[in-house]
Structures are given as C-alpha cells and as structure tokens.
Design a protein around this ligand. Sequence first.
Ligand SMILES: NC(=O)c1ccc[n+]([C@@H]2O[C@H](COP(=O)([O-])OP(=O)(O)OC[C@H]3O[C@@H](n4cnc5c(N)ncnc54)[C@H](O)[C@@H]3O)[C@@H](O)[C@H]2O)c1
Length: 360
Amino acid sequence: MEFQLSLKSLKNISYSIITGENHLGKLRDLINNKLNPDKSIIITDENVYNLYKNKFHDQLIKSSKNFELIIIPSGEKSKSQKVRDELENQIIDYKPSRNTLIVAIGGGVVGDISGFLASIILRGIRYVQVPTTIIAQVDSSIGGKTGINTRHSKNLIGTFHQPSLVFIDFNFLNTLPEEEYMNGVAEILKSLLIGSPDGFDFLESNLNSIVARKDNVIKKLIEESIRVKAKIVEKDPEEKNLRKILNFGHTVGHAIESLSGYKLKHGFAVAEGIIVESYISHIQNKFNEVDLFRIQYIVDKLKLDKQYRKKYKFEKALEKMSYDKKRINDQITFSLLRKIGKCDYNKIVAPEIIELAYNH
Ligand SMILES: NC(=O)c1ccc[n+]([C@@H]2O[C@H](COP(=O)([O-])OP(=O)(O)OC[C@H]3O[C@@H](n4cnc5c(N)ncnc54)[C@H](O)[C@@H]3O)[C@@H](O)[C@H]2O)c1
C-alpha cells in the first residue's frame, strides 16, 4: 500500500509512506533510482542489526553503491547528547555532502536520533525512515518530529525535519518481543480513538486476534493508524493546533512514565493515560459513558493497564504534569475525546477533576 503525505504549508513537501512485506529490495531500488544519493549511511541498533544483518547485507548493502553502516547500542539510552556527539563525528568521517542520505532502520530511538542528525548535519540532509517496531511504524517515523533526551527530561532537544520516504516492512514485526508488541498496540488504540471510529470498531471486534498476533489484523490496524496520523500531520505539521490531539493519553501517560523512572514502557504508560483522560473527557467533554466502558474493557482485555498510577500519589503526578510542553499560562491542558474518533485540544482541566479521574 502507498500513502502520500503532502505538506502544502511547508514548501510543498510531500513524501510516500510505503507498506509491504519482505520487500527490502524495493527500498534499495527506491534509494538508487528515485532518491539517488551520492552516499547512504544506514543507522541501526545492535538488536536489529543482529537479527537482520544477512538481509541488510544481501538486499541493501552488497548490491548498492556507497552504503556505510553505523550501529548504535539498543534502547532509550542511545537517544542521548553523548551518542549524538559520537554519531555526528562518525557521519562527518564519511565526508557527507548535501546529497548524502541517512537511512534509519530501527525503532523510535534510531528514528528520532537519526532524523535529528539529518536535520543538523550540513544544515540539513535527507533521510529515510525504516521503522521496525509498531510504535515506530504507526507513530515516530511519520510526521518529522526528531529529538534526543537531556538529563532533565525526554525529547527536550529536537527539530521538525520531514523524512524523504517512510518504508515499512511488516516482516520486521515477527521478531518483536511480546512486550514491545503490546507497547505498540496501545499507541494504535490511541490513534483510532482520536481519528477512526471504524478502526476502533475493528480493533474492538478483534481483541483475541490481536493477542494472537494475527498478521492480517495487525497490518490493517497499523495501516489505519498511519492514515489517521498522516491526515493530522498534513493539516498541522508543526503542532500549532490540531496535531496536539496526538497527545491524547500522553499528559497523564508521560507523568506516570517519568515517575516510574522509565521502567514502564511508553505504550503502557499511555494506556493508563488513556483510561484517566477518557474519564476526564466523560466528566468535562460530554464523552459518552458507554464508550468509556468500551475503552476500559479493551484496555483490560489486552492487559495494557499495569496500574502504575496506584504506586504514586496524585500530587507527584500533578507535579510532573506541570512540566508538560502543552501547558498554557501554567495551566495544564489536555486533548480530550468528544466521541470515538473525535478529539478536542487545548482543554484546560482543573486539578480537582484530574485528581478525581486519576484516583477513580
Ligand atoms: N518522533 C515522534 O513523533 C515519536 C513518537 C512516538 C515515540 N517516539 C520515541 O520513540 C521511542 C520509542 O520507540 P520504540 O518503542 O520503537 O523503542 P526502541 O527504538 O527502543 O525499540 C524498542 C526495542 O525493540 C528493539 N527492536 C526494534 N525493532 C525490532 C525488531 N523488529 N525485532 C526485535 N527487536 C526490535 C530495539 O532494539 C529496542 O530494544 C521513544 O524514544 C519515544 O520518545 C517518537
């Protein structure tokens, strides 16, 4: 399948998001014939490289001109200023030109730091996203948000730099550990809740197949989530307004993730955020009670709610929420559901209501 993402407000930037199976050879052809760089620098992580090195060498590197390879340690710790420094120098060692291409093959960590480097090397070169986790396929690879973490918090340094191509191969998901898989399902749930009533119904009627990792079901859910994200990013590429709805579940989710010292994976934290913020949506934004129960049922059935919020007093979570990038005049704002598939943004919520929802 091929989606087109067109950003008319940003110098007419447009790129394809291509999905398929076992088609890395097609990526090689697209790079060589369409993007035509003088050199391609693949950035991947150790886990992905160890699992796919034969494929990379046979289908990408061996049969192509001028491919270099950089492998970073796996995990969030690689999205750091230290690793960024090392990568900058490694890339410069390869004597890049303005026509050099970075090819990020991995999860959100590889995609975020590679995109950031592409945005600053020689004041900006092109890059391709090849996402290998569900989170990266439905979320981080699309929309051009790049970033690294600081000692203060996650993603505080970053840029908007759109990729030239997003290339998705569903076969990567076969090796994804169970926890990473369910971590991604939580982000799918969020996407469908904010933008696809039909997608949400489909998810709700396929819960057993999702748990059983049925290929045809998960592919359909990923493609529907991509459609939702691409549509939102097209309307508001730099998160000035509508794109904020992608943060549904994230105001509370980020607070819980941070309180856990990042032991709780992002998607599971967002699942708890979805529970709390759906409840706030019900109290404050006319979100239907029956739909609230449907969401609760799905989260329970998929075992996405690890109940970390019960470990931390509300005051601590509130303190974390007050650092949220979306706050307005020191007031905490939320994206809130109005109905399934429709979400509002910039909704100021009083601490008493957040507390009621957090503890309910
Ligand atoms: N830029 C954005 O818009 C955006 C959106 C959402 C999340 N993010 C960022 O994405 C990151 C999280 O992404 P993630 O969950 O993909 O994390 P990740 O990149 O750390 O990947 C998770 C783990 O899965 C492994 N892995 C990756 N692909 C695999 C495969 N096919 N088979 C087996 N193992 C594989 C990785 O090595 C890693 O250990 C966070 O840093 C988050 O801030 C960014």
